[in-house]
Design a protein around this ligand. Structure first.
Ligand SMILES: Cc1cc2nc3c(=O)[nH]c(=O)nc-3n(C[C@H](O)[C@H](O)[C@H](O)COP(=O)(O)O)c2cc1C
Length: 397
C-alpha cells in the first residue's frame, strides 16, 4: 500500500501577492500533495474562495465560527492533519498576530493549535518590511522555530522598490517540499528520549538532585515526533509541558527512569539527555531527619541508564546517543567525552558546555567512532533539529 499523500495547509493572507498562492496550490497538487486552504477575511478581497477551492480541489476554510466548516473538519484537525502549514502571502498584520499568539480567526487559531511550526512567506511594501515592529515580530517568530521564507528585492506592485516581494514560487515550493520530506522522515521508527533531572530521596522531604531544566530533551522529543517517529519521553521532574504527539512518562528517581526505559518496545534510537543523579543516599529515612541529629550521608551509585541501554548488540537500540556536560568543549572536553563513549558503549556523545544548563542555547560537539563534528552555538531547538537530521542520515532515510 502506498503512503498517504502529504498534506499541506495553505493560508492565504490579504496582500496583493495573494494571486500567486493560486499557482502555488496548483504546483503542489501537481506534485501529488493534498492541499487544503484557508483564506483570511481580507485575503478574500484579493482572490475568490471559488478560485482557491477549484485549484486545491477542496473546500476553502474561511470562518472559525462556521457550523458547517467546523463539523466537516474542525480547526484543530485541520491544523494537526497538515504535514506542513505555509502562510503565503503572510501580511505584516498576520505576522504581528502570529507573534502575539492571537487566535481570533480560523487561520491564526489553526497556527496556534498546530504541533508544528509553520512556514511563512511574507510579502509587503518595503517600508512595512523594514519597520521595527515587523523586524521584531519576524525575529520573535524565528526564535520560536517559524520558518521564514525571506521576501525578494525588486519592483513592487505599489510602485516602490526594495525588499518585500513574495519569494519566488520555486523557492516557496522547494521549502514546502523539503518540510514535507522532513515531516515523515522517521516514520515507522520508535524513539526514546530521557530528559530532566532525577531526585534521590534522603528522607520524606529532602532529596539530592540537580538544576537540569529538561529543555534540550523536550526539544529533541518534539523534533523526533515532528519527523513522525513514535516517540516516548521519560522525564524527571521539570516544569515543561509534554510535547504534542509524544508519549510522556513522568518519573522521579534514576531507578524509575531506568525501569521506564527498559519497558518494551526496544526503540531504534535512544537519546539519553537526562541529567541523571550519579549518586543516591544509601538509606532512606522515613519522616523528617532532625537537624539536631547532624548529617552524615552514605551514598551509593545509581543505575547507569546510558550504559544499560548500550549493552550488547542484539535487543539494543540500533543507535544510542548520550550527552556529556563538561567544563568546556575544547580538546580536554572532547577527550573526556570520548572516554565516556568507550566506557558506556554508546554510539554518539553530544558534548556540551556546562553553561548550557540554565540557557535556551547550547553549543555541541558530536563525538562518535568516526570523529568529531563541531555544531557551534544555536538554540536547543536548532540542536534538536540537527540531531534528528543526523539520525535520519545514520539510518539512510
Ligand atoms: C490594495 C491593498 C493591498 C495590500 N497589500 C498588502 C501587502 O502586500 N502586504 C501586507 O502586509 N499588507 C497589505 N495590505 C494590508 C492588509 O490587507 C491588511 O493589513 C489586512 O489587515 C491583512 O489581513 P490578513 O493578514 O488577515 O489577511 C494591503 C491592503 C490593500 C487595501
Amino acid at each position: 500500500m502506498s503512503a498517504p499523500a502529504h498534506r499541506v495547509l495553505l493560508i492565504v493572507g490579504g496582500g496583493i501577492a495573494a494571486y500567486k498562492s493560486l499557482d502555488l496550490a496548483r504546483r503542489l497538487r501537481a506534485r501529488g500533495v493534498e492541499v487544503r486552504a484557508i483564506l483570511t477575511k481580507n485575503g478574500a478581497e484579493f482572490v475568490t474562495p471559488l478560485s482557491l477551492s477549484t485549484l486545491t480541489g477542496n473546500p476553502v476554510g474561511r470562518d472559525l465560527f462556521s457550523l458547517t466548516e467546523e463539523s466537516e473538519i474542525g480547526h484543530i484537525r485541520l491544523a494537526r492533519e497538515a504535514d506542513c502549514i505555509v502562510v503565503a502571502p503572510a501580511t505584516a498584520d498576520f505576522l504581528a498576530r502570529m507573534a502575539q499568539g492571537r487566535a481570533d480567526d480560523l487561520a491564526t487559531a489553526c497556527i496556534l493549535a498546530a504541533s508544528r511550526a509553520p512556514l511563512v512567506a511574507p510579502a509587503m511594501n518595503p517600508m512595512m518590511w523594514l519597520n521595527e515592529a515587523t523586524r521584531a515580530n519576524v525575529a520573535l517568530l524565528k526564535s520560536r522555530g517559524v520558518g521564514v521564507i525571506e521576501p525578494d528585492a525588486g519592483d513592487m506592485a505599489c510602485g516602490e522598490e526594495g525588499v518585500g516581494r513574495l519569494a519566488d514560487l520555486d523557492e516557496i515550493e522547494s521549502r514546502v517540499m523539503a518540510e514535507l520530506r522532513r515531516s515523515r522522515r522517521l516514520s515507522g521508527f520508535d524513539a526514546l528520549v530521557t530528559s530532566g533531572p532525577t531526585r534521590e530521596r534522603l528522607d520524606s522531604v529532602r532529596y539530592v538532585s540537580n538544576g537540569s531544566s529538561g529543555l534540550q530533551g523536550y526539544e529533541i522529543a518534539h523534533a523526533l515526533a515532528g519527523a513522525s517517529a513514535r516517540t516516548r519521553l521519560v522525564s524527571g521532574p521539570v516544569s515543561l509541558s509534554p510535547p504534542a504527539g509524544v508519549e510522556t512518562t513522568s518519573v522521579t528517581t534514576a531507578q524509575e527512569m531506568l525501569d521506564a526505559c527498559l519497558t518494551p518496545p526496544v526503540p531504534r534510537v535512544a537519546v539519553c539527555a537526562a541529567a541523571v543523579s550519579d549518586w543516591r543516599p544509601r538509606d532512606f529515612v522515613a519522616g523528617k531527619m532532625e537537624k539536631s541529629a547532624g548529617l552524615s550521608l552514605e551514598m551509593e551509585q545509581t543505575p547507569d541508564i546510558l550504559a544499560r541501554l548500550s549493552e550488547g548488540r542484539a535487543g539494543r537500540p540500533e543507535l544510542v546517543v548520550g550527552f556529556a556536560v563538561e567544563d568546556g568543549i575544547g580538546a580536554a572536553g572532547v577527550r573526556r567525552a570520548r572516554e565516556k563513549l568507550t566506557a558506556k558503549g554508546c554510539d554518539w556523545i553530544l558534548l556540551n558546555d556546562i553553561s548550557a544548563a540554565g540557557s535556551d542555547e547550547n553549543e555541541v560537539v558530536l563525538v562518535s567512532g568516526d570523529g568529531e563534528e563541531v555544531w557551534g552555538r544555536g538554540s536547543k531547538r536548532d540542536v534538536a533539529a540537527r540531531l534528528v537530521d543526523r539520525v535520519g542520515g545514520y539510518f539512510g532515510v
